[in-house]
Design a binder for this molecule. Structure first.
Ligand SMILES: C[S@@+](CC[C@H](N)C(=O)[O-])C[C@H]1O[C@@H](n2cnc3c(N)ncnc32)[C@H](O)[C@@H]1O
Length: 432
């Protein structure tokens, strides 16, 4: 976008907000500082206070240039110093234009590494802060006896699989065009927004026209489908490699025992990842799955009778607190209708169930899978939160090739994935 586009016109007298956009595009920090702090000389001198309209607003979005903010214009030209100043002075890091595009994505497409990093750092910082505040509010509510069990999870809003764009925060949508704007959070009235409501509503398991199995919830949101198969394959491979298959030992009194590595999988769904785990022949393979329809589906499959397989018909929130559960060499989590704060609570329980330093953990990282900038924010955020519980994360990049996107999303209420790369987390305890 040109500078005259930033200002809307080269000849008209510009308002402070329009001047701000032009200055952001030009990388003119001095003018920006003055626009945000000094009222123009023609503002009412008799007034002792500075009126908001006399100063430029750092969050202003152009009504004529795609709803771009000063951050977008600075990002387009890679003006990192301007971005940092604007962020410190009230600009909204996650503001989106009428097409749902953030300043982060603008910086990314211009290959402006410093600008992208500044926006990403701010996103991570603000989201960490909001999550901490939300946790605090939850704790206070539970201490004062407010709310019922699980209500906090329901109130959290966005869903790990579906979207999770703004844990606790809001994405600023400047445009009206809802068809083109990305979806970051499941609307409050959808089952995907409430784990308990989801678990007490029916699921539909069926085979699509291409002969592939699918699972949808009652709102027609996709719980699981074949497009994730490669991600599940790669996850199982990364987690199980190096662990030898089960083997038999005879103890001193002649008893035979099966030894080998142990797998814990949270969320059965279509059982895709479990079938891959089975190829590695674990000695123990525990599946935590509370949904009655998913349990029925599991029981209809051969895996339910396979050696070493056990189903725990509970939510992970309960199953992982059971002192009898045991320890595992591989833990995978892919629940549904949960948000980042749920995932973080799961992280906190991991040291209880992981069998030492060699044990590996991964989760389906579908957080904000519709927007690469927010996806990066969640990638970093989860890495930091995992580090807090003593885990280090390595990320494998898995290309996502949806051959027929229309077919994948046919009959599905909301697309939860639009990116061409999946980041596969592999985490191990760094302290034990
Ligand atoms: C996305 S599917 C899992 C797909 C699976 N990874 C696969 O490969 O087919 C999510 C599953 O998590 C289950 N789930 C939802 N909430 C859960 C919870 N709190 N604890 C454990 N499982 C849960 C759902 O019932 C559903 O079967």
């Amino acid at each position: 976008m040109t500078e005259s586009a930033a200002s809307g016109s080269s000849s008209a007298v510009l308002s402070p907000n329009e001047q701000l956009l032009a200055a952001a595009s030009a990388g003119d920090l001095l003018t920006i500082k003055s626009l945000l702090t000094t009222p123009p000389s023609d503002s009412d001198p008799s007034s002792s206070s500075t009126t908001p309209s006399a100063l430029a607003q750092p969050w202003y979005e152009s009504p004529i240039c795609l709803g771009w903010s000063a951050l977008h214009f600075a990002a387009e030209r890679g003006h990192t110093h301007v971005i940092k100043y604007l962020l410190r002075n009230g600009a909204i890091w996650n503001a989106v234009d009428i097409h749902g595009v953030t300043a982060g994505e603008v910086a990314w497409s211009g290959n402006w590494e410093g600008a992208y990093r500044a926006l990403l750092d701010e996103g991570v910082r603000q989201t960490l802060l909001l999550n901490a505040l939300a946790e605090r509010a939850e704790e206070q509510a539970s201490q004062s006896g407010e709310g019922e069990e699980g209500e906090e999870a329901e109130a959290a809003g966005s869903d790990v699989k579906e979207a999770s764009g703004d844990a606790g925060g809001s994405v600023a949508h400047s445009g009206e065009d809802s068809d083109t704007v990305m979806t970051l959070t499941a609307p409050a009235n959808e089952l995907a927004n409430s784990n308990l409501a989801f678990l007490s509503s029916p699921l539909r398991f069926f085979t699509d026209e291409k002969g592939k199995e699918r699972c949808l919830d009652q709102d027609d949101n996709m719980v699981m489908a074949g497009w994730e198969t490669n991600i599940m394959r790669r996850s199982a491979d990364a987690l199980c490699k190096d662990f030898p298959p089960r083997y038999e030992v005879h103890d001193e009194d002649g008893e035979r025992r099966t030894e080998g590595f142990r797998v814990l999988n949270i969320g059965y769904g279509l059982g895709i990842v479990d079938d891959f785990f089975q190829e590695y022949k674990p000695a123990r393979h525990v599946i935590v799955e509370p949904h009655p329809d998913a349990i029925k589906y599991f029981k209809s499959k051969a895996i339910s009778k396979a050696e070493g397989v056990e189903l725990i018909p509970k939510r992970w929130e309960d199953a992982l607190l059971d002192p009898e559960l045991g320890e595992f060499d591989v833990v995978y989590a892919d629940p549904f209708a949960q948000d980042y704060r749920d995932l973080k609570k799961l992280f906190d329980l991991l040291p209880n169930v992981l069998n030492g330093r060699k044990a590996r953990f991964s989760f389906f990282h579908g957080l904000a899978g519709t927007n690469r900038f927010f996806y990066d924010v969640y990638t970093r955020l989860s890495e930091l939160d995992l580090r807090d519980v003593g885990m280090e994360t390595e990320w494998e990049t898995v290309p996502v090739k949806m051959e027929d996107k229309e077919e994948v999303w046919r009959g599905v209420r909301r697309e939860y994935w639009k990116l061409d790369q999946y980041r596969l987390p592999i985490c191990q305890m760094s302290i034990f």
